[in-house]
Design a protein around this ligand. Structure first.
Ligand SMILES: [Fe+2]
Length: 179
């Protein structure tokens, strides 16, 4: 097998593993939040699939370590809309919208500058960044501990504070295992 193919598959595995870990974290947060069964379902599927639009992107750009140029970053941002489109015929609207908005932030600093979005999306946004900080990815050199990741996210006004507190406690008392 050629090296390019191996790298392509590695990128795909990395994106899918990130989705699964994000889904598991989102699941526990959704339970902690007392969401309905339907909301838990939407949250978990949205979390697992949140980056599916990355499969429409040039994987070379995804594997660039460190900061992207403005142009590259603008291109990568398309993955949220690509994911929304990919799911349009197969998953319900709440899941599609969570995928579209998973980079939105409560302070309006996200991709589309929305300040209001569903509880499912708020959970996915937190689970996504938590997983990205606490696992080694090609563009993420430092791996944060649980406490470092929570502290880093608390510096950002874009995340729901109560959900961050839930996430912090879930690991502290070690009652639930988040991978
Ligand atoms: Fe994303």
């Amino acid at each position: 097998m050629q090296k390019k193919n191996i790298e392509s598959f590695e990128m795909m595995f990395s994106t899918m593993e990130h989705g699964i870990r994000t889904g598991r974290t989102a699941y526990y947060l959704a339970l902690e939040e007392g969401l309905t069964d339907v909301e838990v379902y939407n949250t978990v599927f949205g979390a697992v699939l949140h980056d599916i639009g990355k499969f429409n992107l040039d994987e070379h750009i995804l594997s660039i370590p460190g900061r992207l140029t403005e142009e590259q970053y603008a291109y990568v941002k398309n993955h949220a809309a690509f994911g929304f489109k990919l799911l349009s015929n197969s998953f319900n609207q709440d899941i599609q919208e969570s995928v579209l908005h998973h980079h939105e932030r409560l302070d309006g600093s996200g991709y589309m500058h929305k300040k209001e979005f569903s509880i499912c999306t708020k959970i996915i946004a937190i689970a996504d960044v938590y997983d990205a900080l606490t696992n080694k990815r090609c563009y993420q050199q430092k791996v944060f501990t649980h406490q470092e990741a929570i502290a880093e996210m608390k510096k950002n006004n874009g995340f729901d504070r109560r959900l961050l507190d839930h996430l912090e406690c879930m690991m502290d008392d070690n009652k639930k295992v988040i991978v």
